[in-house]
Design a protein around this ligand. Structure first.
Ligand code: AFP
Length: 357
């Protein structure tokens, strides 16, 4: 049954055999994969599982919680809190960090996760996902929220699951980006895409264009040029996609290239972008960089930016390296005033924004 096929466990043992941590990181990732299998089973039941719909609660993001948001959150906590690998967790669905119960041994890793990304797509049966990030907690004391606010470059592992026609798990431990497909007959993840590479060039972009009037000029400039296609400076036509499930848009980019943008906008000046740094931008940024792509907030690499709070949001521009670099160049030209044909009075006053992300 396993002839010639690499399971997740075998792959992790091979990739992490030099890591002197008594197999804790490999064990943690296997526990995350177990939670992913539970979430996959629940999402696959659809309305038959009674999991559709919302509960009478809003989360720390101010979003109405879907039943599956809560069930997926519980699945990850239940699968990972007992094994002795974790010192603590941060979840999109919970305001405060999750401490390891006293009856369990604490370990050396921190796990940040978005248990069900794209959950507004659940009831319309569009692919959703789980995103996770692993950091090191090198103290004997239980982690404070500050211990989670590490730069994304310090992640030791990251990944996502996509619950699509197939359930797939895409991970990196810093040695490339690799994808596993769930073999439902045996209940195991099998390596199907080793060393994924994102093409440096693309003719496909993903952005929610209903926010166009709120964008900064560099984004407007880039999107206008893509829409102008071969009649404009790019000299070739572009295609647009927007699934409104980050994991699904990112997976497409990992498979065939592209650029994904959820930029900073003025829709709610108090919110810098929509996506969260610790458990969306950082893990996806690590995955994308390890596949030869780039992940930027427009004015620098996402992985170089330390969070100032557990649920901080950040602008996200990621995918094919040459396109991300072009968009960063447009931001630099805007900030230096070199792009004035694209500026609008709204953005002339730089003080409009409180922070630089
Ligand atoms: P939900 O989890 O609330 O569906 O949000 C999904 C998400 O965080 C990300 O996965 C999408 O790329 C993005 O939001 C979609 O945002 P819009 O609904 O504004 O297009």
């Amino acid at each position: 049954m396993y002839l010639g096929r690499t399971t997740l466990s075998k792959f992790l043992i091979e990739q992490l055999h030099e890591l002197d941590d008594n197999g804790q990181l490999a064990g943690l990732l296997v526990d995350v994969a177990a939670a992913v299998k539970s979430i996959a089973a629940m999402t696959a039941k659809g309305a038959l599982g009674g999991f559709h719909g919302v509960i009478d609660n809003t989360n720390v993001q101010g979003e109405i919680q879907k039943k599956l948001d809560v069930l997926s959150n519980d699945a990850l906590i239940d699968a990972c809190e007992w094994g002795g690998m974790l010192a603590g967790m941060v979840s999109e669905e919970m305001e405060e960090p999750i401490q390891i119960p006293a009856e369990f041994k604490r370990g050396r890793y921190l796990l940040n996760f978005d248990p069900l990304d794209g959950s507004s797509n659940i009831d319309v049966n569009v692919s959703v996902g789980t995103i996770f990030s692993v950091l090191v907690h090198d103290k004997d004391t239980p982690p404070t929220v500050e211990d989670f606010l590490q730069e994304g470059r310090r992640q030791v592992a990251a990944g996502y699951a996509i619950y699509g026609p197939a359930t797939m798990l895409v991970i990196t431990v810093g040695k490339g980006t690799h994808a596993f497909t769930l073999d439902r007959e045996i209940g195991n993840f099998i390596l199907t895409h080793e060393n994924l590479r994102i093409p440096p060039d693309t003719s496909e972009f993903a952005i929610n264009t209903s926010n166009e009037r709120f964008w900064e000029p560099p984004i407007s400039r880039y999107v206008e040029e893509c829409k102008a296609g071969k009649t404009g400076v790019r000299g070739r036509d572009f295609n647009m996609r927007w699934i409104a499930s980050m994991v699904a848009d990112v997976h497409r980019i990992l498979m065939r290239g592209g650029v994904f943008m959820y930029p900073r906008d003025t829709k709610d000046p108090a919110k810098v972008g929509r996506l969260r740094l610790l458990y969306e931008a950082n893990p996806i940024g690590f995955i994308v960089e390890q596949a030869g792509g780039a992940a930027s907030y427009g004015r620098g690499a996402i992985l170089d930016h330390a969070a100032d709070s557990a649920h901080q949001r950040i602008a996200v521009i990621l995918g094919s390296k040459n396109e991300v670099e072009r968009i960063e160049r447009y931001h630099a030209e805007h900030d230096s005033g070199a792009d004035r044909p694209y500026a609008s009075p709204l953005f002339k006053d730089r003080s409009l924004y409180r922070s630089e992300v």
